[in-house]
Design a protein around this ligand. Structure first.
Ligand SMILES: CC(C)(COP(=O)(O)OP(=O)(O)OC[C@H]1O[C@@H](n2cnc3c(N)ncnc32)[C@H](O)[C@@H]1OP(=O)(O)O)[C@@H](O)C(=O)NCCC(=O)NCCS
Length: 172
């Protein structure tokens, strides 16, 4: 059965695995292989343990057949974007489990979390060349905000933002 639920501390290793696997499959064409190879499960597990434990953000997992196949997180906007107070920080679904609606349901969960935090809008940053993810955000009704440079590993890339000025504008 498919389930979306808040992440527990014990989910940190599974989230870290999905995070690294998704980075490797999604960014293979955009980022250097040695950088992607260097992503370490123990480091990401520690990072997600801290992130889930400190309670400053909301983290949700998608389970399919009892295993974590995706996750998403969100909270207060981080970069000082004046028009936005909420942010979808990250959303990743394993390659083999994409296009089954997990992404939409994870966004729905994060939006609910932002509303619980008293936030009423949302911004998301995505690599400009990550076309499938951009189509996903456009499908959700996100409006283009702006483009800025970003360094990931040793790569100089561009990222674009999409925004929802009100959370009831998210189109599921
Ligand atoms: C982007 C992502 C989170 C979407 O999750 P998902 O579970 O695959 O998406 P859903 O099944 O909920 O898709 C909902 C709708 O979004 C659109 N969509 C999703 N993926 C798409 C794609 N690759 N190309 C075009 N449209 C897409 C479609 O309209 C889709 O509906 P449909 O399948 O009925 O046509 C997922 O594909 C993913 O993890 N990608 C790799 C990691 C990534 O890029 N994360 C975002 C980083 S900012």
């Amino acid at each position: 059965m498919d389930v979306i639920r808040p992440a527990l501390l014990d989910d940190a290793p599974a989230i870290a695995r999905v995070h690294i696997e998704s980075w490797r499959s999604t960014y293979r064409r955009l980022l250097a292989a040695d950088f992607l190879d260097s992503l370490a499960l123990s480091e990401y597990t520690n990072r997600w343990t801290r992130f889930i434990g400190d309670g400053t953000s909301r983290v949700y997992v998608a389970e399919d057949g009892g295993a974590v196949v995706g996750f998403a997180s969100g909270g207060h906007e981080r970069a000082g974007e004046v028009a936005y107070s909420g942010e979808l920080y990250a959303i990743y679904v394993l390659d083999a489990f994409q296009r089954r609606g997990h992404g939409l349901e994870l966004v729905r969960a994060v939006v609910g979390g932002l509303q619980e935090m008293g936030l009423d809008d949302m911004i998301i940053w995505v690599l400009k060349d990550n076309r499938p993810a951009r189509l996903f955000y456009e499908r959700l009704g996100g409006i283009y905000v702006r483009t800025q440079p970003i360094t990931v590993g040793s790569a100089s890339l561009e990222e674009v933002s999409y925004g929802w000025p009100r959370l009831d504008l998210v189109r599921y």
